[in-house]
Design a protein around this ligand. Structure first.
Ligand code: HEC
Ligand code: HEC
Length: 302
């Protein structure tokens, strides 16, 4: 790692501290860790030493395009034992509160009449079990890539004649967490062939492209540095099979796309709109990498 590189990194940290404006997540999240450089040291203690070690490590990570890993692991495998225990305990994992909210919303009739979700989706434990494992998928009618959130919004607008909830709203997060929780333990099985293929390829290209002021690709961290420590986190494969997830940093449940925005911000790259085409394609690519891994929503993360 060159000296110039380290100086640039420090400059980025200072700049991000000075700006102090959160560009991640919903407004109600308020100031958070992500107002500062997520991948930069917060203090002059051991954090900065580990950050420097990481930069040095990054400098030597050179991955051939399209390199495939033998085995992709769930993000939960990289948690501390205590956090993993908390995640597994329904009484201590706050994500289950969102699941409960979602279950309740699913049975509620929309304002001004119309059918509740459960009016059409009777016995959701059976009829919608496994649905989450097949998303994102291409919507046959529109040819657009749709994730679980998108499918819920489609029913909300077209079948309940209600205004869309909006990405990252508590209602949509709750319903998504509830429906995904119905697939807990079932293996991811998205399709990447046929009409899904161009979306999958776009997602892969995004994953492999170096970006942002730190000029890092997703792959450099989530393939090349798996198992390394970064600011108290252990870098995982970025499987995303536990979302919506309760993140301590957020003090809230958030979508996968909110997590992706945090990673984009971390390398000082463009943060795309949650629910937009860029992150949808990326979500498909991540889901395909995670094929065979069980759905774990609601996961807990740092
Ligand atoms: C008027 C009936 C109706 C209502 C109300 C309705 N849906 Fe649907 N929903 C459907 C139909 C029809 C489909 C398409 C079924 C199919 O072909 O898989 C569908 C599909 C879905 C799917 C995709 C299932 C899969 O296997 O891919 C999800 C998820 C879903 N609905 C969630 C909801 C939610 C959440 C609500 C309430 C906000 C809701 N729906 C309200 C009729 C309805
Ligand atoms: C500088 C390294 C770095 C880069 C580059 C990076 N991330 Fe991350 N990412 C992290 C860290 C650290 C975490 C939190 C620990 C973990 O779960 O891996 C994380 C978390 C994630 C998660 C959540 C995993 C889970 O189970 O909770 C996903 C998904 C993810 N990243 C995807 C991406 C994508 C897609 C990109 C490219 C746009 C990207 N990351 C770029 C470091 C990075």
């Amino acid at each position: 790692m060159s000296f110039v590189g380290l100086r640039l990194f420090s400059a980025l940290i200072l700049r991000s501290r000075a700006s102090g404006v959160s560009k991640d997540g919903p407004e109600r999240a308020g100031a958070s860790f992500e107002t500062q450089a997520p991948f930069a040291p917060q203090d002059e203690g051991c954090g900065s030493r580990s950050a420097i070690a990481l930069i040095v490590a990054l400098a030597v990570v050179v991955l051939p395009a399209g390199s495939a890993l033998a085995e992709i692991k769930s993000g939960s495998d990289f948690l501390s034992p205590e956090l993993r225990r908390q995640q597994a305990d329904e009484t201590r994992n706050p994500g289950f509160f969102w699941v409960e909210q979602g279950r309740e919303l699913f049975t509620r009739k929309p304002a001004g009449g119309g059918q509740a979700c459960i009016g059409c989706h009777v016995e959701p434990q059976q009829s919608l079990r496994g649905a989450a494992t097949r998303y994102p998928q291409v919507d046959a009618a529109t040819g657009r890539l749709m994730n679980l959130e998108g499918r819920i919004e489609q029913c909300r607008v077209e079948r309940q004649a209600q205004p869309a909830f909006g990405y990252e709203t508590p209602d949509l997060l709750s319903l998504t967490a509830y429906l995904a929780s119905l697939s807990r333990g079932l293996p991811m099985q998205v399709t990447t062939e046929g009409p899904a293929k161009p979306f999958y390829e776009a997602g892969r290209a995004f994953f492999e492209r170096r970006q942002g002021q730190l000029n890092l690709s997703c792959q450099q961290c989530h393939d090349g540095l798996v198992g390394q420590k970064l600011r108290g986190d252990t870098i995982s494969h970025g499987a995303g099979t536990g979302y919506p997830a309760y993140r301590l940093e957020w003090n809230d449940v958030g979508s996968l796309h909110r997590r992706l925005r945090a990673c984009s911000l971390g390398v000082r790259a463009t943060q795309f709109e949650a629910g937009g085409p860029e992150y949808l394609a990326l979500e498909l690519f991540l889901a395909a990498r995670a094929r065979g891994l069980p759905v774990e929503t609601p996961a807990m993360r740092r």
